[in-house]
Design a protein around this ligand. Structure first.
Ligand SMILES: Cc1ncc(COP(=O)(O)O)c(C=O)c1O
Ligand SMILES: C[C@@H](O)[C@H](N)C(=O)O
Length: 355
């Protein structure tokens, strides 16, 4: 009988704290479509200030946040966006920028560290003045931290250089900042400085920060005005959202400071996993709260078998490929959970490999 659960599937699994639930219960609310829910206004004002942008808008999800930002920047038919071939917008958002927004994705290879080579970005910019057959590039998208690269952080220097390329060619820059606070803490760079070059950022409050629902997009006042209309068009206009925004305000206040501890526990787990025969973790890729674990060639076990073994002991994680697993840490994973996870991995590999 399993008595404990260690949920390493994602940092999206974080559950609201008692403080969040209390804030939700007592939140001051109003109809946010007819006017401005007062708690939503507080959150949006706070987020704009923290991110160093003019304005902000609460949205139900990071997927909708990215979709709205891309579609506001690319509001003319025939637009093209340059983005990473391994980024969330391209891989996990149902192709929404194309199916809903008619925006054409122009992918550039993501490097192992989540960046795209800047010369390749520039080489992929297209303008119909050069050729009747070309769409018009209007936007470049970055992702920081970069989830599919294992939570790698894009430096402020790199981000600024991409911003310079965007400006040089009259393009906009969007950052999928689902885990931008993780990147800021890991790099030791204030979050407003890290996104200074961006025209828009989508920030998830429902991941490592632990809010139950929601993201916030930030940008210029004019951008957010357009974004608010598009949010309504997409069905994202909500009524008494102060209930959700109250939890996000608690998350901002209480949980940004916990991210560094998440990263330390992640490194501890990564180092321990690397000691286990049959597993391989690239220590250079562990910069924040995500670990990809490769099962060494020749091993008799598979990711599926390990997942099953661990799940029977209350440890939940996701299989990335047949020979690769992903774990994501968050503030509701304790140091003892890390030790328990390591011991179960050790047992799994010993049994599966018949040691
Ligand atoms: C990098 C990144 N961007 C965007 C999203 C989308 O956020 P949501 O799940 O709230 O739609 C996620 C994951 O959830 C993500 O990992
Ligand atoms: C899978 C993806 O959509 C989610 N953002 C995660 O990292 O868990």
């Amino acid at each position: 009988m399993v008595t404990r659960t260690v949920d390493l599937r994602s940092d999206t699994v974080t559950k609201p704290t008692e403080a969040m639930r209390a804030a939700m219960a007592s939140a001051e609310v109003d109809d946010d479509v007819l006017g401005n829910d007062p708690t939503a206004f507080l959150l949006e004002t706070e987020m704009a200030k923290i991110m160093g942008k003019e304005a902000a808008l609460f949205v139900p999800s990071g997927t909708m946040g990215n979709l709205i930002c891309v579609l506001v920047h690319c509001d003319i038919r025939g637009s093209e966006v340059i983005l990473g071939d391994n980024c969330h917008i391209h891989i996990y958002e149902n192709g929404g920028i194309s199916t809903i927004g008619g925006v054409h994705p122009r992918t550039v290879k993501n490097n192992d560290d989540g960046t795209m080579d800047i010369d390749l970005i520039e080489a992929n910019i297209r303008n119909p003045r050069w050729d009747l057959m070309y769409p018009t590039t209007r936007l470049i998208c970055l992702e920081n931290s970069h989830a599919n690269s294992g939570g790698r952080c894009l430096s402020v220097e790199y981000t600024d250089r991409v911003g310079e390329v965007a400006k040089k060619h009259g393009l906009k820059l969007h950052i999928d900042g689902a885990r931008i606070f993780n990147a800021s803490i890991a790099l030791g760079v204030p979050v407003d400085r890290l996104v200074k070059a961006a025209d828009s950022v989508s920030v998830c409050l429902s991941k490592g920060l632990g809010a139950p629902v929601g993201s916030v997009i930030v940008g210029s006042k004019n951008f957010i005005t357009k974004a608010k209309r598009l949010r309504k068009t997409l069905g994202g206009g909500m009524r008494q959202i102060g209930i959700l925004c109250a939890a996000s305000l608690v998350a901002l206040k209480e949980n940004v400071g916990k991210l560094e501890s998440d990263h330390k526990k992640t490194r501890l787990l990564a180092d321990g996993l690397n000691e286990i025969e049959g597993l391989r973790v690239n220590p250079c890729s562990v910069e924040t709260n995500i670990i990809f674990i490769d099962i060494e060639e020749g091993s008799r076990t598979t990711a599926e078998k390990i997942c099953k073994y661990l799940e029977e002991r209350g440890i939940l994680l996701l299989q990335d490929k047949s020979s690769r697993l992903r774990v994501v840490l968050h503030f509701q994973i304790s140091s003892s959970d890390v030790q328990y996870t390591l011991s179960c991995f050790q047992q799994a590999l010993q049994i599966e490999n018949g040691n």
